[in-house]
Design a protein around this ligand. Structure first.
Ligand code: NI
Length: 162
């Protein structure tokens, strides 16, 4: 396994729609392994392949309940609403409140090419939506509830105080 470089905001790959993965090959499994190692090294709760300059529909998430690997994830339903602070490994030192579904159901493939379904609530639902947004070229800063710069700064202060 290897720790990969995380690309930062401004890199064009972050704005691209990532490619479907037609088959989870050994090479893709290795990329999933490297993405997980990269996420843990960076102390993140989620990472999408475009963040390591691979325009592929791959996501890893660990909110402290074990590693989740998703290939071609799709949100098939969402319900409720939550507003909470987000950050992104590709956008250092920026945090802001984003409105998301409180609960989502996601379909994907696992690393063995099997169809899986995941239901996430709260933080897991937030992570799923944030990472799947990455696959569609969407960054959380485009969704910050109040785009006023002062709000972003307040969120940074709040985050550091916690
Ligand atoms: Ni992110």
């Amino acid at each position: 396994m290897a720790v990969l470089d995380i690309v930062k905001v401004g890199h064009p790959v972050l704005k691209q729609t990532a490619e479907e993965v037609p088959f989870v090959s050994k090479k893709i499994r290795r990329l999933l392994d490297d993405m997980a190692e990269t996420m843990y090294k960076a102390d993140g709760v989620g990472l999408a392949a475009p963040q390591v300059n691979e325009s592929k529909r791959l996501v890893v998430i660990d909110i402290g309940q074990g590693l989740i690997e998703l290939v071609n994830p799709v949100i098939v339903s969402g319900e409720g609403e939550q507003v909470g602070p987000e950050g992104c490994l590709s956008i250092p030192d920026v945090f802001g409140d984003v409105k998301r579904f409180n609960k989502v159901e996601v379909q994907a493939l696992n690393r063995n090419n099997k169809k899986i379904k995941i239901v996430g609530e709260g933080l897991l639902a937030r992570a799923l939506q944030h990472e799947i947004d990455h696959l569609n070229g969407i960054l959380f800063i485009e969704k910050i509830k109040d785009t006023a710069e002062s709000t972003v700064k307040e969120s940074i202060v709040t985050d550091k105080a916690e």
